[in-house]
Design a protein around this ligand. Structure first.
Ligand code: IZC
Ligand code: ZN
Length: 422
């Protein structure tokens, strides 16, 4: 049999973390700490996809290497699958640095929101911005994420709220898919806040979403997910259900910002509706944990948000893991509650605040994060046939990566077989 020629071989990794064996479903419980680590490991990539993975010697026997093959010796280094960030808000204009001082002076996130600041401030700047500005801003933020190891991300709308500005945000995501390397999936989040013009008629805003905007986005294939901010003072469980039912009937897969500040039952709603993910969950109830465990819904935990909000209650991750909930991690990058876009920082916080073990944190930003956006069969692990996305870290092992909290240890990033960060 003729050997398949490789375009790229990454060889002699001190630890090659495959996270293999879970392309069809997310990891739960003890599975989270079984990473499939190969010492002196290698990956070969052909045509953007993984052609072989295993011990270096075996991989070099399996694939053909010629003078056009790039071979990268990563002796002494850690190799992980490209990181997946399943919850981000990277399309916006303006910034909200003043909220830090407001929070230090005692104002809560929801108080700032109730005064017309917060999300609605970013809505005013984003409505004024051109498509080109949104694309340029998004490209900058996605570039920062890529440099820190993120090769796939979910991106939400939700700072336009009206029809033309939500479409503008989703167009920006569509353009960004073509002009930069991070693979994106788009989420429509018109139900991020009730805009000023509907302040006295919130039901009118629900009608706009269900009757006009959702059908148009479905028709133009601008998003595959629909998300709702189910929160006291934002969207009730009842309003959220109305939007999500309509979205589901139009073919969207569902996501919910659930139980972040108040325990409204967002997790229960996500499980009941078969949402692909329930996100935040700082205040999740016992019932919510039980319902998620019995469902296919992935819990997306966002510890950098709790940290930036200076909250004292993080999501009960250990309870969720022992209760058999499929957990993942994301940055929640956004201009307000979480200006952090590094998954290395998120993993470091997850170990220290959610008490995840290093191995669990890695599973949570790779295969389980991929399942939270419907890409478990495509990315999130190093297995033959999957996308040739990987990160080389200046770290001798994965414990070291989590221990060096706050430092970007990325040395190189490979996306679909191309070295995109050197
Ligand atoms: O802009 O504050 N929580 N949405 C829900 C956010 C935070 C983003 C923001
Ligand atoms: Zn969010």
């Amino acid at each position: 049999m003729e050997r398949r020629r490789a375009d790229l071989v990454v060889a002699h990794a001190a630890q090659l973390v495959t996270v293999a064996g879970f392309s069809d479903r997310p990891k739960r419980g003890d599975e989270l700490s079984q990473l499939g680590v190969i010492t002196d490991g290698a990956v070969a990539i052909t045509g953007g996809r993984i052609a072989a993975v295993g011990p270096t010697e075996a991989v070099l026997q399996e694939v053909g290497v010629d003078n056009k093959t790039r071979v990268i010796d990563v002796s002494g280094r850690l190799v992980l699958p490209g990181l997946v960030d399943p919850h981000t808000h990277p399309i916006f204009a303006g910034s909200r640095e003043y909220e830090l001082s407001m929070k230090l002076a005692g104002a809560s996130y929801m108080e700032i929101h109730a005064r017309g600041g917060g999300i609605l401030d970013t809505v005013r700047s984003t409505r004024k911005a051109s498509l080109e500005t949104l694309v340029a801003n998004g490209k900058k933020f996605l570039g920062q994420m890529l440099e820190q190891g993120t090769t796939t991300a979910e991106a939400k709308s939700g700072y336009g709220l009206n029809e033309p500005d939500e479409i503008k945000m989703l167009e920006a995501i569509r353009l960004l898919k073509e002009i930069q390397p991070v693979r994106l999936v788009a989420t429509y989040m018109g139900a991020h806040a009730v805009p000023d013009e509907y302040k006295d008629n919130p039901n009118g805003y629900l009608d706009l979403i269900t009757d006009q905007v959702l059908p148009r986005i479905a028709g133009e294939h601008l998003a595959e997910f629909c998300d709702v901010f189910t929160e006291d003072g934002v969207f009730s469980v009842e309003s959220s259900r109305r939007i999500l039912e309509r979205a589901q009937s139009l073919g969207f897969r569902l996501k919910i910002h659930a139980d972040e500040i108040a325990a409204l039952g967002g997790a229960e709603l996500a499980a009941e509706m078969g949402a692909i993910s329930a996100d935040h969950l700082m205040m999740i109830s016992e019932q919510g944990i039980h319902d998620l465990a019995a469902s296919q819904t992935v819990a997306v935990l966002l510890p950098a948000t709790t940290f930036c909000l200076m909250g004292d209650r993080y999501a009960p991750a250990r309870k969720m893991i022992s209760g058999n909930v499929a957990i993942s991690l994301a940055s929640d990058f956004n201009p307000g509650s979480c200006p952090v876009n590094s998954l290395q920082i998120v993993m470091g916080l997850a170990c220290r605040q959610l008490k995840l073990r290093p191995a669990e944190a890695i599973a949570a930003v790779t295969i389980n994060a991929a399942h939270a956006i419907g890409l478990g069969g495509e990315v999130g692990s190093l297995e033959v046939g999957k996308a040739g996305d990987l990160v080389i870290f200046d770290a001798p092992n994965y414990d070291y990566l989590l221990y060096r909290f706050g430092t970007n240890l990325v040395e190189k990033v490979v996306k679909a077989g191309q070295v995109v960060v050197e």
